[in-house]
Unconditional design. Structure first.
Length: 107
């Protein structure tokens, strides 16, 4: 299985993350090394697209809980994810909106 850009998805439908700031084995938020879990930046009805476009990050358990409990952190991550997608895929804001139903950068 591949996304529309030909990127191979793993057995769970994930493209490699385009959100790399730190090493793959470090928390995206705090840089902690160790026990990490995937967090799709865009969830709900956009979860599968988030996975397929590589819009997910590794988070440590503490940061993962924080993201789920803090609306402002979630919003910031969505803005960062959108900006990465615009750059990585050379999308316009309208391209992003067509795929994810909303623009977070100009919100």
């Amino acid at each position: 299985m591949r996304n529309e850009y030909g990127v191979k998805l793993d057995k769970n439908g994930y493209a490699p993350s385009i959100m790399h700031i730190f090493a793959d084995d470090a928390c995206f938020n705090c840089e902690a090394i160790g026990d990490l879990c995937r967090h799709e930046i865009f969830n709900g009805s956009e979860r599968e697209r988030s996975k397929a476009y590589g819009l997910w990050v590794n988070l440590c358990p503490r940061c993962h809980m924080d993201i789920h409990n803090d609306a402002e952190l979630r919003r910031q991550l969505k803005v960062t994810g959108e900006m990465c997608a615009l750059n990585w895929y050379d999308w316009t804001i309208e391209d992003f909106r067509e795929r994810f139903g909303k623009n977070y950068v100009e919100e």
